[in-house]
Design a protein around this ligand. Structure first.
Ligand SMILES: NC(=O)c1ccc[n+]([C@@H]2O[C@H](COP(=O)([O-])OP(=O)(O)OC[C@H]3O[C@@H](n4cnc5c(N)ncnc54)[C@H](OP(=O)(O)O)[C@@H]3O)[C@@H](O)[C@H]2O)c1
Length: 287
């Protein structure tokens, strides 16, 4: 059955490649990007190669909270129903801590705050699907997170690596917590997180500085990475396979359920994470 699939960060890498495959198969695809030129090019590339005119493009810079809300509003205005919300946009930031106007650290913003806002804002549209799915992009790197003091803002001990690893762990916490909460409500919407594999993309090249580009992370990317066809396999599987239709709150890697390093996860700690996000939203609404 053909679906309506929203993919954030679909102007490059995994997101763009997945959007292309979905469009090739005739699904209605909503692509998102922050760079108008890249977004225009992604739209025309995908439409041209697929011959599918049901591909729509939306612009929003996720380092700006108002852009995130404006994007959600546009989607709610233009669509009645969404089958898949694919929170893919992400970054490996530079060596100086960057933050939004509400002081949300940028890696956290992309990994947690934006997926949280989009999930909550678009839940009514996902609920209209027979089987709405939210897929949050985490990473194997969550195994290296250090979150003893729950410094969600990364104000005490910032490095891009720690921000990335912690953000990807919190993506898993967020997905698990929201999935549990949804199970108590009358909805069939599922929320899972996943690792796409180590894939050769623009990650760590673009928005980062020279120090990051010569980092261990960047060298690993170049030497061990797989190609984009492999990079979209698990995301594609989670979006469309019947095998996962009733699975929620779990983490996948290589199209399989995988063990997670929860790093001391508790419902209370996850609730603190959500509270932090809610406080930042409140702050945004006041500014
Ligand atoms: N590649 C890997 O090995 C790997 C491994 C594990 C997890 N992941 C995760 O997979 C996801 C996709 O990464 P990728 O490897 O495909 O990287 P990528 O090629 O750099 O693509 C990232 C996408 O996110 C967008 N983005 C970045 N900052 C943004 C912002 N402020 N606002 C809106 N959009 C923004 C980018 O837009 P622009 O095109 O404008 O830059 C791009 O479309 C990320 O969440 C990443 O952490 C990747």
């Amino acid at each position: 059955m053909l679906k309506t699939i929203l993919i954030t960060g679909a102007t490059d890498g995994i997101g763009k490649h997945l959007a292309q495959k979905m469009a090739n198969e005739g699904h209605e695809v909503i692509i998102h990007g922050r760079n108008p030129e890249k977004l225009r090019k992604a739209l025309s590339d995908i439409q041209l190669k697929s011959g599918n005119q049901q591909v729509h493009a939306y612009l929003a810079d996720f380092s700006i909270m108002s852009d995130v809300y404006h994007f959600a509003h546009e989607i709610k205005t233009d669509f009645q129903k969404i089958d898949v919300l694919f929170n893919n946009a992400g970054l490996y930031a530079g060596s100086q801590r960057q933050a939004t106007a509400e002081d949300v650290e940028l890696t956290f913003m992309l990994s947690v705050q934006v997926p949280y806002i989009l999930t909550t804002e678009l839940l009514p549209l996902l609920g209209k699907s027979d089987a709405g799915r939210v897929i949050n992009t985490s990473s194997f790197m969550h195994h290296f997170a250090k979150v003893k003091n729950l410094d969600f803002g990364m104000t005490e001990d910032y490095t891009p690596g720690l921000a990335y690893n912690n953000g990807k762990l919190y993506t898993i916490w967020l997905s698990h917590y929201l999935a549990q909460k949804l199970q108590t409500k009358a909805t069939k919407v599922t929320i899972n997180s996943y690792h796409p594999g180590l894939i050769s993309t623009n990650l760590g090249n673009d928005s980062s500085d020279a120090k990051v580009q010569s980092s261990f992370f960047s060298r690993m990317m170049k030497f061990f990475s797989k190609d984009l066809d492999q990079g979209i396999e698990t995301g594609y599987y989670l979006s469309l396979s019947d095998e996962v239709a009733s699975i929620t709150g779990r983490y996948f890697d290589g199209k399989k359920l995988k063990r997670v390093s929860y790093k001391g996860y508790s419902e209370e700690k996850a609730a603190r994470l959500i509270r932090y996000c809610d406080e930042k939203i409140e702050q945004y609404k006041v500014i």
